[in-house]
Design a protein around this ligand. Structure first.
Ligand code: 0RA
Length: 649
């Protein structure tokens, strides 16, 4: 080796080190954040490597284990990461994969690497962010091991003995000087593994939680294996909805080198549920594959409907939305070099993907409709119904908008607005009932807090047709108070968010069963019709206290039983012998204005729960289950989650 080359070689090494150091310096750039999300992201990153191996056809089982000490093991039965000398780097290939940012599986050019976590950063990144990581490889009849601390090898790869196993096991402990959260959530991980099993049919994924034992003294364990992939995914999503066609329509093929898989079904609901994926990553913001799907679906159904004469008597146009009412669909594509765009980098930008998806959908859906004329007719009838309802909805909406314009500025009479006018500083309390609304109005800081009382039950938008939604008084009031447009013809989901009058919408309900029901109704409304506000983090839930613990002049508010008991003990032990009183707040109405301000509205002392959409799939299922037609799953859910059960009695 010449002097010059030597220089380059060590420079390369320094760069590799810098790569790992940079991950530790700016972890959020690589894994999104250092909270719960990022902590779980580490697992997905490691699992993705094994999924790549599965997609290359060499692995059919992946085990994920949450160990007792909260470390994670991911075990696969693939070929095992190569352990031989990497010529260019002068160390074993395993060490390169584990310590070089961006190395991934790239040195194996034949592997079609399309998986990859949200940021697709690779296992070296996980290594850099782990206190300790152990890689075990089983191949060529032998076993190998290497360990690392904060990404640095503790010793070179060593052979540990004979083995007839093949595969790779990675065990890591996240660095607690980097992550603010340390505890893995079983549900979060199992939900993602279930999703991955639907997206990769035939692949077995298991999860085991060794931290806790169940009633029988066993560890909690689940196995996910989907034989029919997206078809089962759609059935899973729609398990509380009623289908209008016999079977899930399943489309699978490859066009211009883009593998496309789609599954769809129509149900009796009025909402559209399309989830799209690129390389197993949920693309919340959609992109070219989604628009390709829509184009293919609309074009094909429209053509079929026109040719069949079913539209002959229709007096108005059918819009794109009408073809998607009551539709549940999954669109999954694999793209070699995906370009992710958008606010959360979950929008596919590759323009070359649109046409293949659209063509694949057209071709296969055309065949399906030809072969299933009854289903085809049912779907077209549903579309016509949607168009008719939309027509009625437009009239209702125009009425609302005309009336609002005529009544001057157009704010609802029930709104007690704030005097400030910077939306970033202003909050709107949505309060259950007129009387609590009155108390809130007295207690508030009128400069930045506005109050809108909502009377009784607000409409269940999950079950109502669109024009009903715009006829509903409480919903109209919300739209006008917020200042946003009611869905327009073509794009019912685009709000004119720049007109939004408040950046905090705070739902304040009684802490009882009715209150939590109303809370869910309001959240369902936001989820279905103003999802952007949830995504922006503008929706909150107020948390009024449950108890007032009192002795003489001393008093404390308590938000749960433990806190109540603690204050009772404290007061008992203090001063004179008078007794400790406990007042249980059943509703907001039992508090006076200053109590409500002190506990629930004063930004200095209140606790607001911000609503986030951790997982779109789970949220959608939960909302359709809680608010839809099927009773048994709802009862089960409420029983499992009856947080207010003991307060009501
Ligand atoms: C590159 C080449 C080969 C295997 C892998 C990467 C591999 C990586 C990971 C990560 C987790 N599990 C994995 N399993 C395999 C194989 C090269 C060969 O054997 O010819």
């Amino acid at each position: 080796m010449s002097e010059e080359n030597k220089g380059n070689y060590s420079a390369d090494n320094i760069q590799a080190l810098e790569g790992m150091e940079h991950v530790r310096l700016r972890p959020s750039m690589y894994i999104g954040d250092v909270g719960l999300r990022g902590l779980h992201h580490l697992v997905y990153e490691v699992v993705d490597n094994s999924i790549d191996e599965a997609m290359a056809g060499y692995c059919d089982t992946i085990h994920v284990i949450i160990n007792e000490d909260n470390s994670i093991s991911v075990e696969d039965n693939g070929r095992g990461i190569p352990t031989g000398m990497h010529k260019k780097e002068g160390v074993s290939a395993l060490e390169v994969v584990m310590t070089k940012i961006g190395a991934g599986g790239k040195f194996d050019k034949d592997t079609y690497k399309v998986s990859g976590g949200l940021h697709g950063v690779g296992v070296s990144c996980v290594n850099a962010l782990s206190n300790h990581l152990k890689a075990e490889v089983f191949r060529d009849g032998k076993s190998f091991i290497q360990e690392y601390e904060k990404g640095k090898p503790v010793y070179p790869v060593k052979e540990t003995g004979k083995s007839d196993k093949v595969g790779t096991t990675v065990t890591f402990t996240p660095d607690d000087t980097i992550f603010s959260e340390r505890t893995y959530n079983y549900e979060t991980l199992s939900t993602r593994l279930r999703e991955l099993s639907f997206l990769n049919k035939g692949l077995t994924l298991t999860i085991e939680d060794k931290r806790n034992l169940n009633e029988k003294g066993e560890t909690v364990k689940e196995t996910f294996l989907s034989k029919e992939g997206l078809k089962e995914f759609v059935q899973f999503l729609d398990s509380s909805r009623e289908p209008i066609i016999e079977e899930v329509i399943h489309i699978e093929g490859e066009k211009n080198g883009v593998p496309v898989e789609v599954a769809l079904i129509y149900n009796t609901s009025y909402s559209e549920n399309i989830f799209s994926y690129v390389n197993n990553i949920n693309t919340h913001e959609g992109g070219t594959h989604l628009s390709g799907f829509r184009r293919g679906l609309t074009g094909t159904l429209k053509k079929y409907a026109e040719e069949s004469g079913l539209l002959d008597k229709l007096k108005f146009e059918i819009s794109g939305d009408d073809f998607r009412e009551g539709l549940t669909a999954i669109v999954s594509v694999k793209v070699g070099e995906p370009q992710f765009e958008g606010q959360t980098k979950t929008k596919l930008g590759n323009r070359e993907v649109n046409a293949p998806v659209s063509q694949a959908v057209s071709q296969m859906l055309t065949d399906y409709l030809e072969e299933h004329p009854n289903d085809a007719k049912t779907i077209i009838q549903k579309v016509i119904l949607a168009a008719t309802a939309r027509h009625a909805a437009r009239k209702a909406r125009e009425m609302v908008q005309r009336k609002t314009v005529m009544s001057g500025g157009g704010l609802p009479g029930k709104l007690s607005d704030c005097s400030g006018n910077d939306p970033a500083e202003c909050e709107l309390y949505l309060v259950e009932g007129d009387s609590a609304g009155g108390t809130a109005k007295q207690g508030r800081d009128r400069f930045f807090q506005a109050i809108l009382p909502l009377r009784g039950k607000i409409l269940n938008v999950e079950k109502a047709m669109h024009h009903k939604i715009f006829e509903n008084e409480e919903i109209k009031n919300m739209y006008t108070a917020l200042g946003v447009r009611i869905g327009t013809e073509e794009d019912s989901k685009a709000l004119n968010i720049e007109k939004l009058r408040y950046h905090k919408m705070i739902i304040m309900c009684d802490a009882d069963v009715d209150g939590s029901h109303i809370e869910t109704l309001i959240l369902t409304f936001f989820f279905r019709h103003m999802r952007e506000l949830i995504e922006k983090g503008y929706i909150y839930i107020a948390t009024p206290p449950l108890y007032l613990v009192k002795k003489g002049k001393k008093q404390f508010y308590a938000w749960d039983d433990d806190q109540r008991d603690k204050y009772v003990q404290e007061l008992k032990g203090s001063g004179n012998e008078s007794s400790v009183g406990i007042q249980r707040y059943k509703g907001l109405g039992e508090m006076n204005a200053s109590q409500l301000w002190d506990t629930t509205m004063n930004p200095e002392f209140r606790t607001l729960r911000q609503i986030t959409i951790e997982n779109f799939i789970e949220s959608d299922r939960t909302f359709s289950m809680l608010m839809g037609d099927e009773v048994p799953p709802r009862r089960e859910f409420i029983e499992k989650n009856a947080k207010y059960a003991n307060i009501d009695t």
